[in-house]
Design a protein around this ligand. Structure first.
Ligand SMILES: NC(=O)C1=CN([C@@H]2O[C@H](COP(=O)(O)OP(=O)(O)OC[C@H]3O[C@@H](n4cnc5c(N)ncnc54)[C@H](OP(=O)(O)O)[C@@H]3O)[C@@H](O)[C@H]2O)C=CC1
Ligand SMILES: O=C1O[C@H](COP(=O)(O)O)[C@@H](O)[C@H](O)[C@H]1O
Length: 460
């Protein structure tokens, strides 16, 4: 049994991720009375506690309609601040003091990736790593080799079981519900394979662009930003085998096993796009060929999925902000009902992950007074924004404070994800310009030309 964490140390508490996500999620956890331990922030700037509290207030107020002062006070009362350079040993001496006698610390690294190893080594050098867990944020390398090099460096100081890698899609309400839906409903389970499913479409479209993130985004691009991590986890949720009865920890193994069955992606089945105007974004190189749009086909070589293509597309400055999985079933055989539409359209099952979680089943129905079969849509909405569903970071913090578990990506998963994508990094096709507020470059339509094209998303 893993011990609950008795202090949360946030390296990089003055940074952008803390501003946009961390304070809000901690506040919401405090409101739900899920926080029990002290929180220590560490960063370079010599901030006073008041300055940090002011930052927390601004960050939370930017996201929450109403800031409950009693909840906010409870939260800031548990926060202390240590300033210092991560490369300097006495920063960790001051940190040890601030941690009191905590024995099971959680160290959350909201720091530039080139400082992951510095911080982990600094913590270990101060003798604080023994019972610790370390949460690290993506990117986990920028390709297969660098991901392995990072893992080797971290493993030289701490054990893999101490590392909790954040892929916030693993904390998203909706993702874990996909395998649950499949395996808990005997209506679906028997049909969830190559005999019944024609193909799968995964679309993560974003209407917004890169705004003030040009410096971060330009060396990264869509493939590394969201495909190799978040959208791979969506593929896993659709395609993994069932966990072992009574063993939740087997979910992690099932994920890795599935990813190992995915065939390395084929650059000939990969389309890259860049929205018109991308070069004007601050921080983007004038001659950048970074993709802001990626569409690709994946194949899974196992008995359940052989022959079933998985199509993925994602992009910035597209028509709408929406993430969905669409499972397209095989066509029914010709019917003898004497109808005009002898070939009814395929059934489709849609799971929407963003902006809200919902499930739609598209069936074909026939009204006695109509000449053609019609589409019947069965919709189940699970949450309306803003709703009380936890944010992904609340889910992940709660899991990390409880000691870890299947909400985090293992090195095996990360390694398998890069192996799948590496051929696309090695041989990137040319990048096609597309107009903002469209569905991306026309060239992506060719991927699905013989499967009825990309479906329009289910807009809630
Ligand atoms: N920003 C985002 O939306 C997202 C970020 N991430 C990931 O989260 C991590 C953090 O990103 P982000 O918050 O944007 O980064 P920022 O550059 O905004 O913040 C970095 C933080 O690290 C501190 N820091 C940097 N170098 C040192 C040092 N040598 N000594 C002490 N403190 C130092 C900074 O302190 P100070 O300000 O005091 O100098 C600051 O608090 C990255 O891995 C990123 O990829 C993941 C998803 C989204
Ligand atoms: O990690 C990232 O994810 C967001 C999308 O997350 P979502 O939960 O809103 O679907 C993406 O916009 C960003 O570029 C990327 O870095």
């Amino acid at each position: 049994m893993t011990a609950r964490r008795d202090v949360m140390v946030i390296f990089g508490i003055t940074g952008d991720l803390a501003r946009v996500k961390t304070f809000q999620s901690l506040y919401r956890m405090e409101r739900r009375e899920l926080l029990e331990c002290p929180i220590v922030g560490v960063a370079f700037e010599d901030w006073t506690k008041d300055r940090l509290v002011e930052r927390a207030r601004e960050s939370i107020s930017a996201e929450e309609d109403h800031l409950d002062e009693r909840v906010f006070r409870r939260l800031v009362d548990r926060i202390s601040y240590v300033h210092g350079d991560f490369g300097t040993p006495n920063t960790y001496d001051r940190l040890r003091e601030a941690m009191g006698g905590a024995e099971h610390p959680l160290f959350y690294l909201e720091v530039p990736p080139n400082l992951f190893a510095t911080v982990v080594k600094g913590v270990a050098g101060a003798g604080l790593a023994g019972n610790a867990r370390f949460v690290i944020e993506k990117p986990f390398g920028h390709d297969l080799d660098s991901a392995n090099a990072l893992a080797d460096e971290l493993h030289s100081v701490v054990d893999e079981s101490q590392l909790l890698r954040v892929d916030h899609y693993l904390g998203k309400v909706g993702l874990e519900e996909i395998p649950f839906l499949r395996f808990a409903n005997t209506l679906l389970g028997p049909a969830w394979n190559r005999d019944h499913i024609d193909h799968v479409q995964i679309s993560m479209t974003e209407a917004f662009g890169v705004s003030d993130r040009g410096h971060f985004y330009d060396p990264v691009g869509a493939l590394r930003d969201v495909v190799v991590n978040h959208l791979m986890q969506v593929v896993v949720a659709v395609a993994m085998e069932a966990p072992e009865p009574g063993d939740r920890s087997s979910i992690g193994r099932r994920r890795t096993e599935l990813l190992r069955d995915v065939v390395p992606a084929d650059p000939a089945r990969y389309v890259r796009g860049q929205f018109r105007g991308y070069h004007d974004v601050d921080g983007v190189a004038a001659d950048s060929t970074t993709e802001t749009y990626a569409a690709l086909e994946l194949r899974i070589d196992n008995p359940r999925w052989r022959g079933v293509p998985f199509f993925i597309r994602t992009g910035k400055r597209l028509h709408v902000t929406q993430t969905e999985v669409r499972v397209v079933f095989r066509e029914a055989p010709s019917l003898g009902f004497g109808l005009r539409g002898e070939h009814p359209p395929s059934n489709e099952l849609v799971v929407r992950l963003t902006p809200t979680f919902g499930v739609r089943v598209e069936l074909t129905a026939q009204r006695v007074d109509a000449a053609d079969p019609e589409l019947a849509e069965l919709d189940v909405g699970f949450a309306a924004p803003p709703g009380e569903a936890p944010t992904p970071y609340e889910v992940l913090f709660e899991a990390a404070l409880a000691g870890g578990g299947v909400r985090f990506a293992s090195q095996g998963t990360v390694d398998a994800e890069w192996r799948i994508i590496q051929p696309l990094l090695d041989s990137p096709p040319e990048v096609h310009e597309y107009e903002p507020a469209t569905w991306g470059p026309d060239q992506a339509d060719a991927l699905l030309a013989d499967r009825g094209g990309w479906r329009s998303p289910w807009l809630g």
